[in-house]
Design a binder for this molecule. Structure first.
Ligand code: MAN
Length: 514
């Protein structure tokens, strides 16, 4: 029968393989000894127990009698209770098993060597186990590889996010500085614009006060002229002694009658006065006593809703009220001469133009003048106010933005009493010194109630940072609050039991420095 060459070759190589692997396992050594330990077991020399406790003739190794305490003379039998048997497990992992398991009928080593003399039929499963383990290891290695890759990615991501945060913080800090400069220059601009604003407003107010004063004067004059007409019964253009005598309220000695002398004295020592003398010299002296003949009770009218025209009357434009005044002055000038006009006409002068014919012109005077609103500002003043208002708004907007940026940055403050105060951005960044211990800084009679920390990190375009720490009595030492009332000057509230004082301590008692 012809055997194909290829088959022969395959068989031959299998045989070679078998022989070579057998040669590898068959390095001469006693049963149960590992390759690495084999030099301890030289068949030509006596055997010394591995713990050095005893030396025995080599033929007593693996003679199924335990000589060494450590069991090292019986690596291939179960004679020693504490011995261990080494299986090479070619194709898989070498292993030590307790020597009690040798030849116990149970296959422990995958290469079957532990059951060399028990008669049990073990199957060599090392290759299979080795393959499985290799597979598992490979899988684990792959997972580890992938995992490492992911870990690397995580590290990169973390680095990037850290850098991003750092960048964001740097940006915020730059923004903060920009806003700080903005706030400062807007504040200066605002203050600059508020000066002319205030001046213009004051001028406006003064002018209005003057107008009101002039109106009041005019009213008084008109009242005097009206009274004059009332007194001038014979309408001869003079108020005379007899005419005064018709007003018993002007009696000065309390007898209820105005005597001739009393009347003359009322008229300033003359027998009669014309309207201008009456107005300028007499009226002021009697107006409190004088009772008008025409005094009638003014009925209370229902409230009349303001009309557009009235609104504009109550706050006329400055030019208008200035003009109104001039008109009144003019009228008044005329009024003095045309004294004999009817009462109504005089009232018309007071009330001003068509207003007189409106129903509420009957309302008491104070409706018209006493509570009159200050007129609207003229264009120039209004422009100054608008400009200042604008600057105020810009300033407060900038301040708001600065506060927002500050709260985004967020700082942590730390106080080391008698040492230093520091500030650190919450989200990373270096510490800034807010001052080193300087001195006690409380008020004269309470010097130890505040501490001053000075000469901290220099403030950009400003002084070096400093902190005032105000102390209060508390159960534990704690920073209660930190603020920056003005740029780079910090204020800290610190409570501590060290500051607690006895109630009676106040007078004369010595205060120890904390
Ligand atoms: C940092 C902080 C702030 C301080 C500014 C001044 O941002 O120390 O408290 O106001 O610098 O530029």
């Amino acid at each position: 029968m012809a055997v194909p060459v290829s088959l022969l070759l395959a068989a031959w190589s299998l045989l070679l393989l078998a022989l070579s692997s057998a040669a590898a396992v068959e390095v001469k050594r006693p049963q149960g000894v590992s390759l690495s330990n084999r030099h301890f077991y030289d068949e030509y020399k006596p055997f010394t127990c591995l713990d050095g406790s005893k030396t025995i003739p080599f033929d007593e190794v693996n003679d199924d009698y335990c000589d060494c305490k450590d069991g090292s003379d019986e690596p291939g039998t179960s004679a020693c209770p504490n011995g261990s048997f080494h299986c090479t497990n070619a194709g898989h992992r070498p292993q030590y098993i307790p020597s009690s398991r040798v030849n116990d009928g149970i296959c422990d080593c995958c290469d079957t060597t532990d059951e060399y003399n028990s008669g049990s039929s073990c199957e060599n499963t090392c290759k299979e186990q080795g393959r499985k383990e290799k597979e598992t290891l490979q899988k684990m290695a792959e997972i580890a590889k992938e995992g490492l890759l992911l870990k690397q990615q995580l590290i990169e991501e973390a680095k990037r996010s850290r850098q991003d945060k750092q960048q964001a913080l740097t940006d915020l800090q730059k923004k903060k500085e920009t806003w700080e400069t903005n706030v400062e220059s807007l504040k200066a601009a605002k203050e600059e614009l508020e000066k002319p604003e205030l001046e213009a407003k004051e001028i406006h107010k003064k002018a209005w006060d003057e107008v009101q004063a002039a109106r009041k004067l005019e009213k008084e004059k008109a009242k005097a002229a009206e009274t004059f007409k009332e007194l001038d019964d014979d309408e001869d253009g003079f108020v005379s002694i007899s005419e005064i005598q018709t007003h018993p309220e002007l009696d000065s000695d309390g007898d209820g009658v105005v005597s001739e002398q009393e009347a003359e004295s009322v008229l300033g020592g003359v027998r009669q006065v014309d309207v201008s003398s009456f107005r300028d010299a007499i009226w002021a002296g009697i107006q409190d006593k004088y009772k008008s003949e025409a005094a009638v009770e003014i009925p209370t009218l229902p409230e009349i809703p303001a009309e557009e025209g009235e609104d504009s009357h109550s706050t006329p434009h400055r030019e208008e009220w200035k003009k109104d005044d001039r008109d009144e002055d003019d009228d008044d000038g005329g009024g003095e001469e045309h004294d004999d006009d009817g009462d109504e006409d005089e009232e018309e002068e007071e009330e001003g133009g068509e207003e007189h014919y409106k129903p509420n012109s009957y309302l008491p005077e104070k409706q018209d003048t006493g509570e009159e609103k200050m007129p609207a500002y003229d264009d120039e003043t209004q422009a100054l106010i608008d400009a200042a208002e604008n600057a105020r708004n810009e300033f407060s907007e900038a301040e708001k933005s600065l506060k927002e940026v500050e709260s985004l940055i967020g700082y942590v403050y730390r106080l080391c009493p008698f040492n230093k105060v520091v500030q650190k951005p919450k989200h990373g960044g270096s510490e800034t010194s807010l001052g080193l211990w300087g001195s006690w800084a409380g008020s004269e009679n309470n010097r130890f109630s505040a501490m001053k920390y000075e000469h901290g990190t220099g403030c950009w375009q400003g002084p070096s940072r400093s902190t005032l720490v105000k102390l209060s009595c508390g159960k534990e030492s704690a920073v209660l609050s930190t603020s920056e009332p003005s740029r780079c000057e910090y204020l800290m509230e610190f409570s501590t039991p060290a500051f607690c004082q006895e109630e009676s301590d106040e007078e004369g008692a010595d205060h120890d420095e904390l």
